[in-house]
Design a protein around this ligand. Structure first.
Ligand code: FE2
Length: 325
């Protein structure tokens, strides 16, 4: 079965084609705001502008035409309404024109499922860290269960907001990761509540110290080190509670090599297998939506057309309920 996946929850318009677990194409185009966060209208305009060329690049790479596609999977949420609507409109147009079935996909679910597939870990605890989300997940019969999560902002949002506060033109995690390598540790608030995380105090204090003249390299190193240590502590607690012997990290922030190193060393001490997918599948991408589409289609079949609309606050623990229709 050949599935075309469309990712459109935030800054990325990503399209990918997957056939029976094999990725045939995964090409995207990213809207990059300068000196500001994501402006929903601008993200939507970007996605509309590049949709046709990204689709063509994917079909060319996979050596297929739209007639060869069996199912169109699209990101349904959580995400920003305007870019989500553009991606979903594109998916609906293709489905109507080429008479294809459709399925809506929860974005975190896609990150988790492609990571399980590529790491070959069957029964892991999952740490999902991205711009808008920070969750510790475990799969149960009824679907994914959220064991712990951020009580305020997502960890990626923490880094992006801090990056803009210290004057970075393009406040991306990869830029901060390089800056952190030159820094020394400064004490910042550390807040873990059971398996939940709180990041806003960390942001407020780091911004305050920057205004007081502390070096941005030191603050960048310290904000990342503290947020990662908090994430590790909550994850280790969840590992002991669930007695899981496998851990996956996924989502945009999972690309950070220092975080991977911290989790790897924790897993080694606890005798737990550690897995992370290649960066291509941790940034937002269409192939993960296509792959998750094939998994969910096997369970529940295609979606009715009137259910194909954005769910901006779509939680992973409601996937089975929503996909069942
Ligand atoms: Fe993502």
């Amino acid at each position: 079965m050949k599935v075309l996946g469309i990712e459109c929850t935030a800054h990325t318009l990503g399209i990918g084609i997957v056939e029976n677990g094999k990725v045939l194409s995964n090409i995207h185009d990213v809207y990059k705001p300068k000196n500001e966060g994501i402006i929903p209208r601008k993200a939507a305009d970007h996605h509309a502008e590049v949709f046709a060329s990204v689709l063509k690049a994917n079909l060319d790479a996979a050596k297929l035409s739209m007639n060869d596609i069996d199912l169109i999977a699209f990101s349904q949420g959580p995400g920003i309404g305007a870019p989500l609507s553009v991606g979903i409109a594109g998916a609906k147009y293709l489905a109507a024109k080429f008479n294809k079935k459709m399925i809506g996909i929860n974005h975190p679910y896609a990150h988790v499922e492609i990571s399980k597939h590529l790491t070959d870990l069957k029964n892991p605890l999952v740490l999902y860290l991205s711009g808008g989300n920070s969750q510790i997940l475990v799969e149960e019969k009824q679907g994914y269960h959220v064991l712990g999560e951020t009580l305020d902002i997502g960890i990626g949002n923490l880094f992006d907001t801090f990056g803009r506060a210290i004057g970075l033109e393009y406040a991306h995690g990869s830029v901060l990761e390089q800056l952190a390598k030159q820094g020394k540790y400064v004490e910042l608030p550390y807040t873990v509540k059971g398996m939940n995380l709180v990041f806003s105090g960390l942001l407020t204090q780091a911004e305050k110290l920057f205004k007081e003249g502390k070096k941005r390299e030191d603050l960048t190193y310290s904000i990342m080190e503290t947020a990662f240590a908090m994430s590790c502590e909550a994850t280790e607690r969840a590992l002991f509670l669930t007695r899981k012997k496998e851990l996956i990290i996924c989502g945009g922030v999972a690309q950070n090599k220092r975080l991977q190193e911290m989790l790897k060393s924790m897993c080694k001490e606890d005798n737990v297998k550690f897995g992370v997918a290649p960066d291509e599948f941790n940034r937002d991408n269409g192939a993960m939506i296509a792959y998750a589409g094939s998994v969910l289609y096997k369970k529940y079949g295609a979606m009715k057309l009137d259910s194909c609309k954005p769910i901006t606050n779509y939680r992973i623990d409601t996937v089975d309920y929503i996909a069942r229709g």
